[in-house]
Ligand binder design. Structure first.
Ligand SMILES: Cc1cc2nc3c(=O)[nH]c(=O)nc-3n(C[C@H](O)[C@H](O)[C@H](O)COP(=O)(O)OP(=O)(O)OC[C@H]3O[C@@H](n4cnc5c(N)ncnc54)[C@H](O)[C@@H]3O)c2cc1C
Length: 637
């Protein structure tokens, strides 16, 4: 199959406007005749459902949680980018576009990223109009702070709760349409399969998580907004329910999976502290606006930080990257933290941590100012670690945080399955090999509020969509297959818990497909995953029944998918014989240990086609063409 990204012709800055004009429209009176299934209610799914319903479509909205408001997006702390240039620092749509392409190590599509930068400003206006309480300057204008990989302050924020506030905005918009009868909510549902009729996405099979009942839902198009797959590593900053299942099951039905090995490891998380931990906590990147990262100059120096004099500290990011200092992009900051710890300069009990120090900022601005900016983050840190970060530097270490890979989509956000659209973190997105901070919220909302409402109309207006209902053989067959899989999981009755398998998978992935990768390590990991998967199906213990609320069963289904998907990540990482952004193969680095790309051979999106569980997937390449920015070695010095 030839991949066609459907990027419109014409100058970069005019592509989106022109495309919107050229897309076929659905007459307002006809919109109500179409049913659109939206899976996920985070910022991507919530904004999509609200916008589609506002346009007049009949929307069915599904989520795992008991309320759309509890989607993982609620956790987002630091902020959302936009090119408003309120600070008068020389920001522009072009600069946001350029920073994002460069930040992603030149592995994203120019046209998508430019559109994202264009839309960024509209998102802020819309959210303000919804009542999102962004921080403001004394004169009333919206305030900004800085995030990594940019030399301007373009991040809009609501203290450390930006995701929550934006989600409340989207949720209010959804509720307005729910009350109007155009959105039907299906909370506590898990999508188990995508249903295709005549090769087009026409519905889903879900499990009611309260009573275990399998349900079938038909529609004219399906929109997946099911978030990222960082939990394949077991320990991550993601919500516990974040999973790959919806995306992976769509992949098995023909949706290509793009760049699965591109994972973001965030530099500022609370370090792992024990083997029974099941979750890691992010300390927002916004803290690097004022916090200074350092380690002792001497390896093995175990003195408390207060006893280490200035001259014996190494502010290694400021030293190595004077232009960007502590605000280098996440992949660069993470690798440097690992490097310092590998050299024996790590701090804390495990030696796998570096300091994030606010002493200078507090001396300069006063504690009240720092508290106002980051109070809730400091409180969270104190509660988890029992240390006071106003007096003792925080200790931080990189942790899995975001996944740039996802289902492949074209410029219209449609996957390789006609009628299946993928939004937000679930698609392979606009972030290339590394996402810059505060740009996931921007992308999720751009996809849901501004892009899909146009592009899905173009599809519906031209597709041949005869009526189908849930008694169609395809629905019955997929529901029966989902039931059989549940019964297979319950029938194993082995001796190891689901979490135990998940934890072991996470260790394999972190060790061999994490911050640094090697070819022998990836090959070893592939065998280890295959063996673990074999053991899972022979020895997993899933207590309880299917026709009931059963969280072990839910987790077992997700871990079964992670066990297949992890192999795809490793295959993708092994294929990409270069280093770029979050994919760092130790064999490919510059003399200064920076990621070394191979543009001649790997300037493409790797889109994988599913074949069978134990079989090699088929690789399709979408070449990335850069007509507006020059491909250079990324430098933040
Ligand atoms: C701690 C933390 C802080 C962050 N801070 C920022 C920040 O400051 N700025 C920024 O830009 N980004 C930030 N991010 C990243 C950002 O929050 C996410 O990328 C973004 O919120 C993802 O939104 P989404 O709508 O794509 O998916 P999600 O918010 O993950 O929503 C997924 C939805 O899909 C549903 N779902 C999943 N699987 C199924 C299934 N099988 N069946 C039915 N429903 C399903 C879930 O119930 C949920 O409703 C942060 C991430 C974390 C972890």
């Amino acid at each position: 199959m030839q991949l066609n990204a459907n990027i419109p012709d014409g100058p970069l800055a005019q592509k989106w406007d022109r495309h919107r004009f050229e897309l076929k429209l659905v007459n307002p009176a006809n919109k109500r005749k179409y049913t659109i299934i939206v899976v996920g209610t985070g910022l991507a799914g919530g904004s999509a459902a609200a916008s589609l319903a506002e346009l007049g479509y009949a929307v069915k909205s599904f989520c795992i949680q008991d309320s759309p408001r509890r989607a993982h997006s609620i956790a987002a702390q630091g902020g959302i980018n936009a090119a408003k240039n309120y600070q008068n620092e020389g920001d522009s749509i072009w600069r946001l576009f350029y920073d994002t392409v460069k930040g992603g190590d030149f592995r994203s599509r120019e046209a998508n990223v430019y559109r994202l930068a264009q839309i960024s400003n509209d998102i802020i206006d819309q959210c303000v109009a919804q009542g999102v309480p962004f921080a403001r300057e004394y004169g009333g204008l919206l305030a900004n702070r800085s995030f990594g990989g940019a030399q301007v302050s373009r991040t809009f924020y609501a203290r450390g709760q930006t995701g929550q506030q934006l989600l409340l905005g989207a949720y209010s918009a959804m509720m307005r349409q729910t009350a109007a009868g155009r959105i039907t909510l299906f909370p506590r549902r898990e999508m188990l399969d995508l249903v295709l009729v005549d090769g087009k996405a026409r519905g889903i099979v879900t499990r009611n998580l309260i009573n275990g009942e399998l349900e079938r839902h038909a529609g004219d198009a399906v929109v997946l907004c099911t978030g990222g797959y960082g939990n394949v590593f077991f320990l991550s900053t993601n919500a516990m329910a974040s999973n790959v299942s919806a995306a992976f099951r769509a992949h098995k039905k023909g949706a290509f999976f793009a760049n699965p090995c591109f994972t973001q490891i965030h530099p500022t998380c609370i370090p792992v502290h024990g083997t029974y931990q099941s979750k890691l906590t992010l300390m927002s990147e916004s803290l690097r606006n004022d916090g200074r990262v350092w380690v002792p100059r001497e390896a093995g120096d175990s003195r408390p930080p207060q006893q280490i004099p200035e001259a014996e500290r190494d502010y290694y990011l400021e030293r190595k990257y004077p232009s960007f200092g502590n605000l280098v992009p996440r992949d660069v900051a993470s690798r440097n933290a690992k490097e310092q710890c590998d050299q024996g300069k790590g701090v804390g009990e495990t030696g796998r941590a570096v300091f994030l120090d606010f002493k200078d900022a507090i001396q300069r601005d006063g504690r009240a100012v720092i508290e106002k900016k980051y109070g809730n983050l400091f409180q969270m840190y104190a509660k988890i670690t029992a240390e006071n970060p106003y007096e003792t530097p925080m200790m931080i270490y990189p942790a899995v945080h975001y996944t740039m890979g996802g289902l492949w989509v074209d410029y219209n956000l449609m996957s390789t399955v006609p009628g299946l659209f993928v939004l937000g973190e679930a698609n392979f997105s606009d972030h290339g090999a590394n996402r810059l901070g505060a740009s996931a919220l921007m992308q999720g909302l751009a996809d849901g509020y501004y892009i899909l409402p146009y592009t899905i109309g173009g599809y519906l207006a031209t597709a041949d969509l005869p009526a189908v209902d849930i008694d169609h053989a395809a629905f019955k067959g997929d529901a029966a297959a989902a039931q059989a899989k549940i019964e297979k999981l319950l029938a194993v009755r082995g001796r190891r818990t689901v979490d135990d398998f998940h934890r072991e998978l996470g260790r394999i992935m972190w060790e061999h497909c994490g911050m640094a990768r090697t070819n022998p390590g990836l090959e070893k990991a592939r065998h280890m995953i295959q063996n673990l998967r074999g053991e899972f199906w022979g020895n997993v213990r899933v207590p309880g029944e299917g026709a009931d609320l059963n969280q072990s069963l839910e987790r077992a289904g997700r871990v079964a998918d992670f066990l297949e998907f992890a192999e795809l990540m490793v295959i993708d990482a092994r294929h990409r014989q270069e280093s770029c952004g979050g994919h760092f193969n130790e064999a490919y680095q510059t003399e200064e240990n920076e990621a070394l790309r191979d543009d001649a051979h790997y300037c493409h999106v790797s889109a994988w086609e599913y074949t069978a569980v134990e079989a090699q997937p088929v690789l399709h390449k979408e070449p990335l063409v850069f007509e507006n920015v020059a491909l250079t070695q990324r430098s933040y010095k």
